[in-house]
Design a protein around this ligand. Structure first.
Ligand code: THU
Length: 129
């Protein structure tokens, strides 16, 4: 699966975003080591703080289906912005070195990086023992 294929899936998932409050639509596509892709979108709520980001929706979907090993995530949002800190932390749990493809609302690649660059000196499972 190429970065542009994964970004295309992220931009498709973005169309399902439930964001009536911010109107800011986000889609994510998480690539597992076995090649399966899990997608997610942001899901807002009238009680604003309960909003779930697209990246975490994708991670929680994958985990609930028994998949825990990921190599990359593509994120589609206006102008190809950056994943929030909470999502970086949740991604770090499963692969601190995962590739991150940031794309615009059409799934065009804007920036390619890795999670360890975006979340240096992260707190992870190893810090608990
Ligand atoms: N959002 C995401 O889905 N992912 C991010 O990494 C940043 C923010 C969502 C949350 C909220 O629904 C909207 O974008 C505006 O913050």
């Amino acid at each position: 699966m190429t970065a542009s294929e994964l970004l295309k899936l992220a931009s498709e998932a973005r169309k399902s975003a439930y964001a009536p409050y911010s109107k800011f639509l986000v889609g994510a596509a998480l690539l597992s080591d076995n090649g399966t892709v899990f997608t997610g979108c942001n899901v807002e709520n009238a009680s604003y703080g309960l909003t779930n980001c697209a990246e975490r929706t994708a991670v929680f979907t994958a985990i609930s289906e028994g998949v825990r090993n990921f190599s990359a995530i593509a994120i589609s949002l206006l102008g190809g912005g950056s994943p929030c800190g909470a999502c970086r932390q949740v991604l770090n749990e499963f692969n601190p070195c995962m590739k991150i493809y940031l794309g615009d609302e059409n799934g065009q690649l804007v920036r390619e990086t890795t999670l360890d660059v975006m979340l240096p000196d992260a707190f992870g499972p190893e810090n608990l023992s």
